[in-house]
Write a protein that binds this ligand. Structure first.
Ligand code: BGC
Length: 252
């Protein structure tokens, strides 16, 4: 049976979330399902949760449509290559092949920030913007997605730029603000250092700020001075799922 929608699944540190996506509208077709990430979040343990989510939505997605999945890591042609904030056993895993075998459908695994960026560029804050668009997600780490005229350059990993002798995400991610109990002003100073450096290297025309903390963008974005306009993401936590579904449908 051919269902109407494409399933996107977002694998995060605490939850694995999936929803059928209406790609005409760029929104969830039904309410999402969330299952806690297994304590030992190895590829095989996660694949069991993914299979459960796929089964749950069979009516909406049909029996043969492709599935898009995000992971917080470099994904090079379906193979996971890094594990900054996930179980190290992911490194070297052929995630496309493994998930495809487990669920019996074509699966397209992509970096989480790339997926969020794709969603924002097609349906959200980046819509209609040509030129260089940079999405950054501020969460446990810093994820980045870089676009030129709407085309993604995958796996940019600009959260790991070395700035002042540090891996940038350890200083400026949202987790650093929480860990060090920084005021919004102090955190904005860190973000300023980060975005100034990124702007000097890439000269984006638009910067989009995503991640859960984009809900509170009014607390820190007005404190930043960037050459390019810097705006909050519009699809918030739904962006990863929507972008994963978009990529599964369009990239196969
Ligand atoms: C990872 C990226 C990921 C980002 C956000 C970074 O630590 O290296 O691949 O996109 O965190 O989850």
């Amino acid at each position: 049976m051919a269902g109407k929608h494409t399933l996107g699944i977002d694998i995060g540190g605490s939850g694995i979330k999936g929803a059928p996506v209406d790609l005409k509208k760029g929104e969830f077709a039904t309410e999402r399902q969330r299952i806690p990430t297994p304590e030992e979040s190895t590829p095989h343990a996660v694949a069991e949760v993914v299979a459960e989510i796929v089964d749950h939505f069979t009516d909406e997605i049909g029996s043969s449509s492709p599935v898009g999945i995000t992971v917080p890591a470099v994904v090079h042609h379906g193979v996971v290559r890094t594990a900054a904030n996930i179980d190290p056993s992911w490194i070297g895993a052929d995630a496309d092949a493994m998930f495809t075998e487990r669920i019996g459908r074509q699966v397209h695994v992509v970096n989480d920030a790339d997926a969020a960026g794709v969603a924002e560029v097609h349906y959200g804050a980046g819509r209609g913007n040509d030129g260089v668009v940079l999405l950054t997600t501020l969460g446990t780490g810093i994820g980045t997605a870089l676009f030129m005229n709407g085309e993604l350059l995958p796996n940019t990993e600009l959260g790991h730029l070395e700035i002042d002798g540090h891996d940038a995400e350890t200083q400026a991610a949202s987790s650093a603000r929480e860990r060090e109990d920084l005021s919004w002003e102090d955190w904005a100073d860190r973000l300023q250092r980060y975005y100034s450096h990124v702007e000097d290297l890439f000269w984006p025309d638009l910067i989009i700020v995503g991640g859960g903390i984009s809900k509170k963008a009014d607390k820190y974005l007005p404190l930043l001075h960037t050459r390019a306009p810097i705006v909050p993401a519009q699809l918030r936590n739904d962006a990863g799922i929507i972008g994963a579904a978009w990529q599964a449908k369009h990239l196969g």
